[in-house]
Design a binder for this molecule. Structure first.
Ligand SMILES: NC(=O)c1ccc[n+]([C@@H]2O[C@H](COP(=O)([O-])OP(=O)(O)OC[C@H]3O[C@@H](n4cnc5c(N)ncnc54)[C@H](OP(=O)(O)O)[C@@H]3O)[C@@H](O)[C@H]2O)c1
Length: 304
């Protein structure tokens, strides 16, 4: 009962005390062999994604890091004996090219982790708002191309890195280009909510591909420091380390037992997708999301 109350408090679940309390029930589990296998990690060059890459590299995986900044990316890839690809996930033409050129021998997992919350509204080359384009469309396009190329199957675990911030948001498709206003926390939460809806849809649609979404809790990273300075200043003493934020990703990627598909995870435990009824979208809105994102990514599926 006390644990339930702490979890409902949010703060004492998403913070480092939450991780440490939850981790008391973590079990030692057999792990699959990742030697010689690729793990593709978008945004694997810093923060949570880089911590994941460090741990998976120690387990023998070849980590493929996709992000924008060349110098930071090459440095990160060198540190994990992996490879770096420079790509802006908001640019769907560039994402299409990267996903078509990628040729893994064996792909153990795809971790859709890249994410940012720019201070100002930015439009992408395809005229989408950047948060939406990079976190929802770019990630979906990677999956669709890998799937089309026969690279996603039961061996390939797909994990969407969402955010606990999505608990505040009902899926809203009314102003995705942010023409009316750019409230970046809301835009971010809406994209993170869309990721979870999409993961759940794909889990049904591609039932042979183990599909998960998760949130890492509140983690001490550059993203939090630069995009949410006030939140960072107040919560700094209680933020999780990047290793703690990446723990569930490591677990989902490397445990021998295939994770149940379609779940939303925090700290190795399946979580509800809603904490309040008012964030539940209608089935029509969910269907409209799927139709929309499939349409928006469709032109980039075939090589030009
Ligand atoms: N930290 C938290 O408390 C927290 C909480 C909830 C959810 N999350 C989620 O966890 C994920 C990782 O965040 P983090 O805190 O580890 O942040 P971070 O340290 O800033 O890492 C973000 C990564 O994403 C890459 N990236 C950002 N925008 C990109 C784009 N348009 N195209 C390609 N790569 C891009 C960045 O590299 P470049 O800048 O070089 O592209 C970097 O590698 C994000 O999805 C975030 O929303 C974090």
């Amino acid at each position: 009962m006390f644990d339930w109350l702490l979890d409902r408090s949010i703060v004492f679940s998403f913070d480092r005390t939450g991780f440490r309390r939850h981790s008391r029930s973590f079990a030692d589990e057999p792990e699959r062999d990742l030697h010689g296998k690729d793990v593709l990690i978008t945004g694997g060059t810093t923060g949570i994604g880089f911590s994941l890459a460090q741990t998976l590299a120690q387990k023998g995986a070849r980590c493929m890091l996709w992000a924008r900044r060349q110098e930071a990316g090459e440095k990160a890839a060198a540190a994990v004996n992996g490879e770096f690809t420079s790509v802006d996930l908001g640019d769907l033409a560039a994402v299409g090219q990267a996903a078509r050129s990628y040729a893994p021998e064996a792909l153990a997992a795809v971790v859709l982790n890249a994410g940012a919350m720019p201070l100002d509204r930015r439009l992408t080359p395809q005229d989408h708002e950047l948060i939406w384009a990079s976190q929802v469309l770019g990630h979906l396009l990677i999956l669709r191309i890998l799937r089309q190329r026969g690279l996603l199957d039961v061996q390939t675990r797909v994990i969407w890195v969402s955010s606990g911030g999505m608990y505040t948001q009902r899926l809203d498709l009314s102003d995705l280009r942010c023409d009316r206003s750019y409230q970046r926390h809301t835009v971010y939460a809406n994209a993170k909510r869309a990721q979870v809806v999409l993961a759940s849809h794909l889990a049904t649609e591609w039932s042979d591909v183990p599909m998960s979404s998760m949130h890492p809790g509140w983690v001490q990273t550059d993203a939090v420091k630069h995009s949410m300075p006030l939140f960072h200043a107040v919560t700094r003493p209680i933020l999780r380390t990047p290793e703690e934020g990446a723990d569930t990703l490591v677990w989902l990627t490397s445990r021998e037992q295939t994770p149940s598909t379609g779940c939303f995870w925090l700290d190795r435990a399946a979580q509800p997708e809603h904490l309040r009824d008012k964030t539940r979208a209608t089935s029509q809105t969910r269907d409209a999301l799927i139709d929309l994102v499939m349409d928006q990514t469709q032109p980039f599926l075939e090589a030009p």
